[in-house]
Write a protein that binds this ligand. Structure first.
Ligand code: ZN
Length: 313
């Protein structure tokens, strides 16, 4: 009777001579070389559970943008912007943007919140999370900027052929009165499959619309609740994890109504901080999932989720 140690060692020695093991060993080198060159593919999804809901944040795209103070903190002196950035280990000559839709499998439905900048990005990220476009039963659009509606249509065909669509009434009404190419190409073709929400409405059980107007006229966040778990999908309520959280009143180029957007930041972030629930931010660093605490005079601090939510579900 041989000892377990010897048996295991013999098995490992044997495995090393098998063609399969040799092939795997051979594969390791190019993969490592790719990682060291910085060309390794980025993770495309991050899965976790909120009660019975299976949630994945989806990296549909990312982009480096120069001169971030032309976008964030437009109303503060450049020295202040530089000092806050430096305190937070951030450069001031470039920023990284992330585009992060969220998919939620509730058990009955597969709900996609926003669609990225283009159909390919969202299709690829959804596939990584194990979903085909045909699986999506409901698409919720938080607001109608191009980086949220861009994946809705692939040419003349809906990217999600079996979905119904939900968006805010105020948002839809505002964009339908504008002469906007994105709205005409991506939203208008789906209008007859669309239904419209106001603050507090539920598109599906456990999902509730929360007004966060200002970024766009009818921008909506969504509150998820299943079992004893909660999650706030804040969409574009705050678009940078430092500049927009520490200083909610710093003006942001993309906020249509800057005062209303600042009020929405204070309301939504204040609620999330008080209730100590996690949030997903569409433009937070991937995987876009964090907690918020109050800090300083009316400011907030972003605490990225680490392993807390991997311990459930
Ligand atoms: Zn956006």
């Amino acid at each position: 009777m041989s000892s377990p140690f010897l048996t295991r060692r013999a098995a490992l020695a044997g495995a090393a001579t098998l063609p399969g093991a040799a092939a795997l060993a051979g594969l390791a080198s190019p993969a490592l070389a790719e990682a060291h060159s910085g060309a390794a593919p980025a993770p495309r999804h991050h899965a976790f559970a909120i009660g019975d809901f299976k949630v994945s944040t989806l990296l549909a795209g990312t982009r480096t943008v120069p001169d971030p103070q032309s976008i964030f903190g437009m109303n503060v002196p450049s020295e202040d912007f530089a000092e806050v950035s430096s305190q937070n280990f951030l450069p001031t000559d470039a920023a990284q943007f992330f585009f992060t839709p969220t998919v939620v499998a509730t058990g009955d439905e597969v709900v996609l919140f926003d669609t990225g900048t283009d159909p390919d990005g969202i299709r690829t990220a959804l596939a990584a999370a194990g979903h085909a476009p045909e699986d999506i039963t409901t698409v919720v659009i938080t607001h109608m900027h191009g980086d949220h509606i861009g994946g809705l249509m692939a040419g003349d065909a809906p990217t999600f052929p079996n979905a119904k669509y939900v968006t805010g009434q105020v948002e839809y009404d505002a964009w339908s009165k504008m002469d906007n190419d994105g709205f005409k190409a991506k939203v208008a073709p789906l209008a007859d499959r669309m239904s419209f929400l106001k603050d507090g409405d539920s598109p599906l059980p456990g999902i509730t619309a929360v007004s966060a107007f200002g970024h766009t006229p009818g921008h909506m966040a969504y509150h998820l609740e299943s079992g004893s778990d909660r999650l706030l999908l804040m969409a574009d309520t705050a678009n940078h994890y430092v500049w927009s959280l520490a200083y909610p009143e710093w003006e942001v180029k993309f906020d249509a109504d800057k005062a209303a957007a600042a009020e929405s930041r204070k309301k939504i972030l204040g609620m999330v901080a008080a209730d100590r629930i996690p949030l997903v931010g569409y433009h937070m660093p991937f995987p876009g999932l964090g907690y918020v605490e109050t800090r300083g005079e009316g400011g907030f601090h972003y605490v990225p989720v680490s392993y807390q939510m991997m311990l459930k579900g």
